[in-house]
Write a protein that binds this ligand. Structure first.
Ligand code: UDP
Ligand code: MG
Length: 166
């Protein structure tokens, strides 16, 4: 069954110019990129994205990290990958959460590091399971930013009020 997964190139990945490497590694999956954009992450988006970790001792550092406050790059690249086994395939190439323990040829194993404060700067985010993937993709993308129909949509009062190019 086809499924989608959210990938973020985190601020450390952008600062280290790893976007090309990440895309090349992920192309091994033969999955399709169905959405992509550069995003400035505000506090609300950061906290919503990592809301499941809000009780962790490293939460505030993690929020600073994903907002780009630990790097000079206040942006992330967000993408949705789509295809059979997308979630597992991307997680496999991403590698384990702790970059020191991740498979050494995984993205996180190759390019990640642990900061002196103990935060895992691990270059990319990848959704864990279908529930998380749906929640995360809906958080990061609007329906019209994704080129396939992933989830049900509804008409809203705001329809037609989006800015158009002059
Ligand atoms: N993280 C960390 N220390 C930990 C656990 C997590 O710094 O002990 C950071 C790390 O950047 C990780 C993110 O928090 O990618 C989200 O944690 P999660 O457990 O969801 O790991 P992931 O799904 O990203 O592998
Ligand atoms: Mg996770």
């Amino acid at each position: 069954m086809k499924e989608a997964t959210l990938v973020l190139v985190k601020p450390d990945g952008l600062k280290k110019s790893l976007t090309g490497n990440v895309l090349t590694r992920l192309s091994e999956t033969k999955l399709e990129i169905v959405a992509a954009k550069i995003v400035r992450v505000d506090d609300k988006l950061a906290r919503e994205h990592y809301r499941g970790l809000s009780k962790e001792p490293f939460f505030e550092e993690l929020i600073q990290y994903i907002k780009g406050e630990l790097h000079e790059r206040k942006k992330v690249m967000a993408m949705a990958y789509y295809g059979g086994g997308a979630i597992r395939k991307v997680r496999e190439i991403a590698g384990g959460t702790n970059p020191e323990k991740a498979d050494s040829i995984s993205i996180r194993g190759q390019y990640g590091r642990i900061t002196t404060k103990g935060i895992y700067e691990n270059v990319i985010h990848a959704s864990t399971d279908q529930r998380d993937a749906e929640r995360e993709i809906k958080l990061w993308f609007q329906p019209d930013e994704i080129i396939v129909d992933l989830y049900p949509t509804k008409a809203t009062a705001a329809e037609g009020t989006r800015q158009a190019w002059a």
